[in-house]
Design a protein around this ligand. Structure first.
Ligand SMILES: N[C@@H](CCC(=O)N[C@@H](CS)C(=O)NCC(=O)O)C(=O)O
Length: 204
């Protein structure tokens, strides 16, 4: 498999899942700051011009974080990235969708790249503040889900935890205050060899 990946982007979460699974994979790095996502070569892979995109062993490409994460969980059940029980699995998917659809797309996307949405500098400042507020509120909500358990996805980190890691990583970069359960989650994730390899290392 080959992951089309930009190091500090949401594709980091998919790289963490590949590392947790321990399957061999390759990385194709896409430089988002230089606009490589809009190059013809990458648009041939993902016409939406976004990472993550996963080229699978059958030659097909899967896009969208939740779809890739769930496919990996179902394709590699031994990695236990999603509970078997339908009710527990639905709760995990509910959390992952909230993190990707709201905390990322309605929060951090606006806070980190307001210039993609509006051109005037003052409107960009307003949008940045709005995005940060949506992200902070969303993180506070996710923190309540972590009240009783170390991981969102079950007895070990899985699909929702990979999503939560990349948004808490952004929060740490932007000095957004993390509630105590989220800070503990982030620190525990940083200690995992899979996460260290996903951030710094070459693919396994
Ligand atoms: N909804 C998509 C979001 C993907 C996305 O927004 N990726 C960002 C990086 S975090 C990207 O590739 N941005 C490049 C661009 O928009 O030009 C998903 O779940 O995969």
């Amino acid at each position: 498999m080959q992951l089309f990946h930009a190091p500090r982007s949401c594709s980091l979460g998919i790289r963490i899942l590949l590392e947790e699974i321990g399957v061999p994979y390759q990385i194709a790095t896409i430089n988002l700051s230089s606009g490589q996502q809009r190059d013809a070569a990458f648009l041939a892979v993902n016409p939406k011009g976004k990472v993550p995109a996963l080229l699978r062993d059958d030659g097909t490409v899967l896009t969208e974080f939740p779809a890739i994460a769930l496919w990996l969980a179902w394709r590699f059940p031994e990695a236990e990235l999603l509970p078997d029980n339908p009710n527990a699995a639905a709760r995990v998917i509910e959390a992952m969708e909230f993190i990707v659809g709201t905390v990322h797309m309605r929060g951090f996307a606006l806070a980190l790249m307001p210039g993609k949405f509006v051109s005037s500098p003052s409107a960009q400042e307003d949008l940045r503040a709005h995005g940060l507020s949506v992200a902070s509120d969303g993180l506070r909500h996710v923190s309540t889900l972590l009240g009783k358990t170390a991981w969102l996805s079950g007895s070990r980190p899985g699909v929702a935890d990979a999503a939560l890691f990349y948004v808490t990583h952004w929060a740490a970069t932007l000095n957004v205050d993390l509630p105590a359960p989220l800070r503990a989650f982030y620190d525990q994730m940083l200690e995992r060899p899979s996460v260290r390899r996903a951030i710094d290392g070459s693919p396994t």
